[in-house]
Design a protein around this ligand. Sequence first.
Ligand code: NAD
Length: 495
Amino acid sequence: MSADVGDVIAGIPTDLYIDGAWVEAEGGRRFGVTDPATGAVIASVADGSAADGLRALDAAARVQESWGRTPARMRAEILRRGFELVTARAEEFARLITLEMGKPLTESLAEVAYGAEFLRWFSEEAPRVSGSYATAPDGANRLLVRKRPVGPCLLITPWNFPIAMATRKVAPAIAAGCTMVLKPADLTPLTSLLFTSVMAEAGLPAGVLNVVTTTDPGAVSGPLLDDHRLRKLSFTGSTPVGRRLMAAASERVLKVSMELGGNAPLIVCADADVDEAVEGALVAKMRNGGEACVAANRILVHSSVAEEFTEKLTARMQAFVVGPGSEASTTLGPLIDERFRAKVAALVDGAVAAGARVLTGGAPAEGPGYFYPPTVLAGVRADMAIVREEIFGPVAPVIVFDDDAEAVSSANSTEYGLVAFVFTRDLDRALRLSEQLESGMVGINTGVVSNPAAPFGGVKASGLGREGGAEGIEEYLETVYVGIRDPFATAERSA
Ligand code: NAD
């Protein structure tokens, strides 16, 4: 291990966190965490079992009642301290994210700021949970409606945004008064472990947040989903795994939130500002190296601007500096592992075999690490696998269209519906398309929609529920209605 890597991981916890203590996994089992820029193992982390998961749920269930009754202001202040501590340690978090996930340091810093903002946002939402007291329409009974925490939650996160995907669930759960078992992705467990230690420092009581890292997620989640004490599953990850977990959660009719895969169309209309569209497409495509659920997966360009757009996009893609994320000059890091790189390569090869043309990139890099170059494909057709599947890599397939109706029908011809991007200078057209596109989010003349103050989430096979915004905390609350006899009835009887 190099001295640099040693510096980054020094002091990062590597055990399970259960009931306020760092503990070994059953049988002392551990697994290796890899740096995708080199393929080298950089740390070993506790490999939790089904029994470890249940121990974590024991702790969460035991403190649920007392935690749920803490004043919202107290929960808010813990979240606020968490925000301040994560922000103060942003460099440390960013170096760790880059090390285990691969993205360039500047992007890791941006993710830490984005992730920390969920802590601040939900610290502000916690005291705003309210209810209502109303008179029934017939003027008799009273209707009291209040919210309460749903109960112990299982939170499962992916590897692509190691801190933000955790804070997007943990923060609203804390704000609502829920306890939880967090199961981070085994490819990037270290960031969640550091975040957990920071939340303990921020004053989160023992048992509220428990973390179980594991290489066998099904073995850990199965018994939890079967346990009557668990009340909620919030999952971010791929659609196939989400489907399986929803099926398992249906047995006990758990409340579920699902943030699943995407296949975002980015539509460049005939009247778009082409330079602005190129910049927007670059961000929508290349943020996180293309390893984002909101990544532009299909770039649909009107035939009248297709040549200019494609030329300019290709030039900008060629300007990326590919290398380890820890180097200051790097603007594109490695993919997360060989499996994901092989999938990207197979999709590109398949498209080329079916007639697409490579304008830049197009083949995996040699040498250590899981690098794949920025790639632009022209001559792409809607029937190719590369536009039907989530690419999750730095590949921009360009499809040409002739009118808006064709663009909308092509954009909607997928089971996914997370986000769509539209570039146009015509306000009516922008609003028309935003109403016609089947997606939970639409970006107009921007390549980024993610914002902690906005409801993030998809329709169709991209998921259920929303994270962030005023909606985010609702996922962790349930509504209780108390029907009350007319308070004047007794007065009238005794009058
Ligand atoms: P994944 O589905 O393979 O894994 C996600 C998480 O689920 C990981 O923690 C993994 O260990 C766990 N998991 C896997 N199998 C499981 C099982 N049988 N039981 C319980 N848990 C299990 O996804 P990934 O490769 O980590 O992430 C990439 C995917 O996540 C992409 O499809 C991407 O679009 C999606 N994603 C969606 C959003 C969103 O907000 N919609 C955000 C980020 C990523």
